[in-house]
Design a protein around this ligand. Structure first.
Ligand code: XMP
Length: 525
């Protein structure tokens, strides 16, 4: 088992980023919600160090979350961040008070003189030049603050709003910071977390994707034995990586089922078949169900109805194909770590459904199969690294996210037909081709064309045209939850529009969508 760090989650919006930074430092870590962490569970997890996350509660309120008191007597190195620092101080005999000087956003951290003069705090090693400017930029988000240190602690740094912005008990290897080292707005934060896991917790940093791959292959073999596994392929990154990994682990015991909805983009179905069947030699069932999907959606325009029908039809077709394969014991799924981290809820209320995302939830229960989920411990970009390690082509591994219902939700406001899907596919292919040629693909989270349900008048040559308008969308985002439009230069957009209007029969007008999310969503429906 690799060396590991435990992150105790107190519900901060950015706890996942702590895990990202720790893994980037080559150390395996997991996030566990505070209310599930006990001294016994910590002992069983056997971490080299513990990080206490931030959170929305106030240490000064009765009943607010705490770390298990026994954690502080286990001799483990601990780093408390924001709320984590406050609860550690309170639990060890210090004092926390509601802050009258709240700090949100960028703040200046002032290192104590003996720190910057002598560089004697491991947590800050490499973050500033000893003897140089004693102030560094950090990102803060707090109302409360520590006002009295517990015994044995010293102050490392202060800020205007936090007299104890960074603290240490070097003998017991306990550290606390009021700011957030995990966010990119704290430039030295990545180094600080790396210092904690390497210099303070003593981790070697040998967690690599190569090691993960070997470990997962061994796990899959142990789980599956001589059983047979079915894997649904969609052409997306996650299912492709699952398939390639399982193939390497269990070879012919794996059968992949690719349900082709007919809503894929140009060349995507062909690529799935050529990569998996021809190159990897994986047993692949390619079911062209495009006619069925189109007929089920005939005449429909309501986005939610379309999603529900596509989801249900997908499950029916997949089930039938899987049954035809016969006798599989396991279903493989591309579940990722963000899907399995238990979220800590302080309000308890369900969030509003904006769009019901199409997925194959419910399939395993219906099919009475056990699950194989080899990506459960990975973040999306770690999946990409693993995909490259497994020899998947770069354009497949680095692909933008693509929704399950595919192009079916990019023809809003009119019934789907083979004709309008084909028109959209051509425009979309030209747009993506130009984005790739301009070297912009990797700067964009998602880019696609939308075929609008309006016809507009144009003039082509000497005659009047009356054709579709199409909208182009490109957004930047880190997780799809919020997004901003991508600021192409006008010459680029003009070039794309020109090509689409000239090369795609049926489109005579192109617009660029400059809506952010919120208030818009990334897709148009
Ligand atoms: P929205 O449009 O909600 O999209 O801002 C956020 C992300 O989710 C994708 N998306 C979907 N993915 N099934 C999916 O698998 C869906 O029904 C669906 N709708 C939106 C969208 O492409 C973006 O990445």
């Amino acid at each position: 088992m690799s060396e590991r760090v435990l992150i105790v989650d107190f519900g901060s919006q950015v706890t996942q980023l702590i895990a990202r930074r720790v893994r980037e430092a080559g150390v395996y870590c997991e996030i566990h919600p505070f209310n599930r962490v006990t001294v016994e569970s910590i002992r069983a997890f056997d971490p080299k160090g513990v990080i206490l996350s931030g959170g929305p509660a106030s240490v000064t309120e009765a009943g607010s979350p705490r770390a298990p008191q026994g954690l502080f007597d286990m001799g483990l190195p601990i780093l408390g961040i924001c709320y984590g620092q406050q609860t550690m101080c309170e639990q060890l005999g210090g004092k926390v008070e509601p802050g009258h000087h709240r700090e949100f956003g960028r703040a200046r951290l002032r290192l104590k003189e003996q720190i910057y003069a002598t560089g004697d705090c491991d947590l800050f090693a490499g973050i500033y030049e000893p003897g140089s400017e004693p102030e560094i930029d950090v990102w803060m988000s707090h109302g409360d603050r520590v006002t009295e240190l517990p015994p044995g602690f010293r102050t490392i740094a202060t800020s205007v709003g936090a007299p104890f912005a960074a603290i240490a008990n070097d003998d017991r290897r306990l550290y606390g910071v009021q700011f957030h080292p995990e966010v990119v707005h704290t430039p030295g934060g990545k180094q600080l977390l790396s210092n904690f896991v390497h210099k303070i917790a003593g981790c070697a940093g040998d967690w690599t994707m190569k090691a993960f791959k070997a470990q997962e292959i061994a796990k899959v073999r142990a789980q599956v034995g001589k059983g047979r596994v079915i894997c649904g392929l969609s052409g997306g990154v996650d299912s492709s990586v699952v398939a390639a990994l399982l193939h390497e682990a269990i070879g012919d015991q794996l059968t992949c089922v690719f349900v082709d909805t007919g809503f894929m983009r140009t060349g995507e179905s062909e690529q799935v078949v050529s990569v998996f069947r021809d190159r990897f030699n994986i047993k692949l069932v390619h079911k062209d169900a495009s006619a069925l999907f189109l007929s089920k959606l005939a005449g429909l325009t309501d986005p939610e109805k379309k999603r529900k029908i596509i989801g249900a039809t997908f499950i029916d077709v997949f089930e039938e194909e899987a049954r035809a394969v016969g006798g599989a014991d396991f279903l493989a799924q591309g579940t990722l770590y963000p899907d399995v981290i238990e979220s800590v809820s302080f309000t308890g209320g369900p969030s509003v459904t904006i769009k019901s995302h199409h997925n194959v939830g419910g399939l395993p229960e219906r099919m009475n199969m056990k699950l194989v989920e080899p990506l459960r411990e990975l973040f999306k970009d770690e999946v990409r690294v693993l995909g490259r390690e497994l020899g998947l082509p770069d354009d497949m591994v680095g692909r933008h996210p693509f929704p399950g219902p595919g192009l079916a939700i990019r023809v809003p406001g009119q019934p789907l037909t083979q004709e309008n899907l084909d028109i959209l596919r051509k425009a979309d292919a030209i747009y993506l081709d130009e984005i790739r040629k301009a070297g912009l693909y990797d700067q964009i989270w998602q880019a696609f064309a939308v075929l609008l349900p309006v016809r507009t008048v144009g003039v082509m040559g000497d005659s009047r045209s009356y054709d579709y308008a199409c909208a182009l969308r490109a957004v930047t985002s880190t997780d799809g939850m919020t997004a901003d439009f991508f600021p192409f230069d006008m010459a680029f957009i003009g070039r794309v529009a020109n090509r689409i209007i000239n090369e795609v029969k049926g489109i005579n007008r192109v617009t660029y969508d400059i809506t952010s999310k919120p208030p818009g969503t990334i897709e148009w429906e």
